[in-house]
Design a protein around this ligand. Sequence first.
Ligand code: FA5
Ligand code: MG
Length: 528
Amino acid sequence: MIQDIVQGIIVANECLSGVFYRNYIQSWKEATSNQITVEGKAYDTDEWMNAPSSILSSISRRLHLQPDHPITITRKLIESRFPAPTYQKHNTLFPIVSVGQNFDSLGFPADHVGRSRNDTYYINKSTVLRTHTSAHQADTFRAKTSEGFLISADVYRRDAIDRSHYPIFHQMEGARTWSRSAVPEGTTLARQVWDDLKTIPKHDLVVEDPNPSFHPDRNPLQSDHHSPEEAEAIATHLKRSLEDVVVTIFSAVRAAAAAAGGSSASTSEPLKVRWVEAYFPFTSPSWELEVFWQNDWLEVLGCGVVRQRLLDSAGVPDRVGWAFGIGLERIAMLLFEIPDIRLFWSRDPRFLDQFRERVDGKITRFKEFSKYPPAPRDVAFWLPRSTPAARTPDSTNEPHSAPNPAGGLAPESASNAPSSSTTTNSPSASVSSTSDPPPAPASSSTATTTYPPFHENDLTELVRAIAGDLAESVTLIDAFAHPKTGRQSRCYRIVYRRLERTLTSEEVAGLHERIGRELVARWGVELR
Ligand code: FA5
Ligand code: MG
């Protein structure tokens, strides 16, 4: 224990000196050479490359496979509801995939914003860090090794972040299909699905589900491929399977609360769950499941009836079925009452030692350990005149219909997820892992330099690269246009904090100044 803490401090000190420099040189080398190696696999990079070393070096963590890690415990608990041999498990698929796998195979249009370099980490024009486990759907259907599957894996998104969002998180993809050609004589596909549904345990959870299973405009039936009875049966099988997961999770939460000798914020009130209509390019009709948690609706999964064109091109045209994608951190946060998604990446034994895989499936609630004081610092600046300010308060007021890198409408908005930020429209960020920003353009000090437009995700990533786990959050606290010149101003609050000890003001000043310098060098902002 003591040793680990000492090790933590050594690592922290390194972060503040040599490692920064080393990583800077390494990023610079990688930025100028055109190959990178990730876990022994070599990739050519090109001008699309935007995956920082802080992200690439986290690939090896594979939290969903770490023994006794809360993500692993959560994965296993959900897996226990989808038994073999119907559901085959795949837990070691590699995170670097082709654009074809991540987007094309799922029917993402060529101009879908989820493909943008602002949202997705590219290695080169045709290679990305998967943004969702759906990247493996088509290949897994094509393999035809089981009627259903579960794929758990790390996924990567250049996201605006808060305490329930993080640039790396874990998803579990689930799917179940039925073969039309295997329907026994004398029954129908719909009947067979209803029969299979009988094996899912009944529950008495009250679930809000006000909408019809399909709606011609909002959530269409694939009428060329499914009869209304078939879609209804598949939708019901899907929803019941996932409600069973929620019931399992919350039974475990209640049991843990009882064992701890009382109730807690999330167990004193009856569980509230609702289905909402959604959109994904690869399912129709589609839904998201939301759970009422800490006074707000938290989206925990997306799902739907698999688009037949996907199954057709995966070489299984006679199969029909459903698929879902669930966020494991979201579930783990509910399960263990973990307040901040950043904690999953902690190597602090005071965090890790609290969790144990148990054969009886019982879980123990997370107990918060003492936190050292936060050190908030603001950075205020004018954007260069020509910069269209992406994802500022003005543009976050866009209708919530812009698709995300997983194809869903109504992107995981801060208003949906609990946010530590006080201004509801302010995108905020929790940041982690230490590395360095790619070098600024060499000519950045000359007056003629044209700067890339400033995007909020760039700041999040810059802070993550410079301060790593020492930065807890980045929150937009003020934005306005100069009344005369129209020039845009932004002010962000960065909260620095170490879990193991108090940061000195010199350390904080060093990090903060560097962030300011990089903002000027890379985006041509003028610090105020
Ligand atoms: C998807 O990723 C779809 N691939 C899900 C899907 C699969 C739909 C199969 C249909 C069929 P979405 O972007 O909504 O959808 O993410 C799914 C879940 O991942 C969310 O509900 C949430 O639980 C989790 N999630 C999304 N973004 C983050 C994030 N930044 N941090 C943590 N969890 C996240
Ligand atoms: Mg979503």
